[in-house]
Design a protein around this ligand. Structure first.
Ligand code: G3I
Length: 367
């Protein structure tokens, strides 16, 4: 059963007991005494604030109004991924990505490109391609996609998640790594630098917010990779750290801030690209869970924003109404019995304590 197949009753059962609040019709449920949009608070703190969006943007007018009010930059949650743009080896499918870029241009928003090369989510035809064909497939993809949007995309995740999800030191397995080894990363950046000289080139990675073996290993491997790329004279402008926070994993502010300083010392910007909070380990009613989420966010963001090189904060979605944590396959995989509440606005588009925590930490930043 998909979520869309669920009856209202089933959905409410998953949500808890609180009935959904009726929409105001203008998308802006009166939710907070804080009338200043996050994007404006962010700008005063020397940051850009944005979020990832999906089909929700076109299909939900209330949500669209919220996104327009709160954010300055959008990224496609899936529409610019290789698997979305490339139905087969010879063609490109740009309709959804084009629509997002046009929407942003018409509404004065900037766009982040996510993502050109990623070992996850490859189409079957790519997995079946011969190793010798990969460099050519990569060049054509990057040149065509970046060329199409040249000058219109502020930053591109050229490579997403280079390292393994179990062992932060090894390359993440997948067709690109299998066919080209680490060279896939170098070639992607070299090609991207030419395809759109104005776009900021970003290496985007997960896990580094954790201080367990995976997080620490990923931090080490990432810094070494940056150094190898610089030794080769490759342009890299920023490191994207996804910041899908997992509060049940070990974390320490000082270690994370020291890692951010290591990136900063290499002359790179830092983007927090996919911020949300996995609140599976939090107990209690909505109010209690939401407070714990807000506390965790405040602590993390206060530490991260103390580093001047951090220039961007994006949430992966904006409202709990649309979050990857609620995708049926994922809920099944993780045995989730309740709907996740990882984002700053709730199902009714009301601001949550998380939104207030984000606003507070940005206001407190010494820009
Ligand atoms: O579009 C199909 C639909 O036709 C089909 O009926 C349905 C069946 O499950 O699947 C739909 O595709 C799903 C797609 O999202 C669009 O909703 C895929 O199953 C699902 O795997 C895919 O998940 C996305 C995932 O990346 C893989 O690309 C998530 O929405 C997206 O939030 C997630 O984003 C990633 C970042 O790119 C990288 N960092 C981690 C982050 C969260 O996992």
């Amino acid at each position: 059963m998909s979520l869309s197949d669920m009856t209202r009753r089933q959905t409410l059962a998953l949500l808890g007991t609180t009935p959904l609040m009726a929409s105001t019709g203008n998308g802006l449920a009166q939710t907070t005494s804080d009338a200043e949009p996050l994007k404006d608070i962010a700008a005063k703190a020397g940051l850009t604030f944005g979020c990832a969006v999906s089909h929700d943007l076109a299909s939900d007018a209330d949500f669209r109004a919220l996104v327009l009010r709160e954010t300055q930059m959008l990224a496609a949650e899936n529409a610019m991924k290789f698997g979305s743009l490339r139905p087969d080896a010879t063609s490109f499918s740009f309709d959804t990505a084009d629509a997002l870029v046009k929407f942003c241009e018409q509404n004065g928003k900037s766009v982040r490109g996510h993502t050109l090369i990623w070992n996850d989510w490859p189409p079957t035809w790519l997995k079946q391609s011969a190793a010798r064909d990969f460099p050519g497939i990569m060049d054509r993809h990057i040149e065509t996609v970046m060329g199409r949007y040249a000058g219109r995309i502020t930053s591109w995740d050229v490579v997403n998640e280079p390292f393994h999800w179990k062992d932060g030191g090894a390359l993440r397995p997948g067709p690109w790594a299998l066919a080209m080894g680490e060279d896939y990363i170098f070639r992607a950046f070299a090609t991207a630098a030419v395809a759109d000289p104005k776009a900021k080139l970003v290496l985007n990675e997960a896990w580094t917010e954790r201080s367990d073996a995976l997080g620490l290993g990923t931090r080490r491997a990432l810094l070494l990779l940056i150094d190898r790329m610089r030794d080769k004279g490759l342009r890299i402008d920023a490191i994207g750290l996804q910041a899908h926070l997992m509060p049940d994993q070990p974390y320490d502010d000082a270690g994370f801030v020291a890692f951010l300083h290591e990136i900063e010392q290499r002359g790179l910007e830092i983007y927090l690209t996919e911020f949300d909070i996995d609140e599976r380990s939090f107990q209690g009613n909505f109010a209690e869970r939401d407070r714990q989420v807000a506390d965790r966010a405040y602590k993390f963001l206060t530490a991260a924003l103390s580093v001047k090189a951090v220039k961007l904060l994006m949430t992966w979605g904006l409202s709990d109404r649309y979050t990857w944590w609620r995708e049926p396959s994922l809920m099944q995989k993780f045995g989730l019995k309740r709907l996740a509440r990882p984002l700053p606005f709730d199902d009714t588009l009301r601001a949550k304590p998380l939104r207030d925590a984000m606003a507070r930490t940005m206001r407190e930043r010494k820009a």
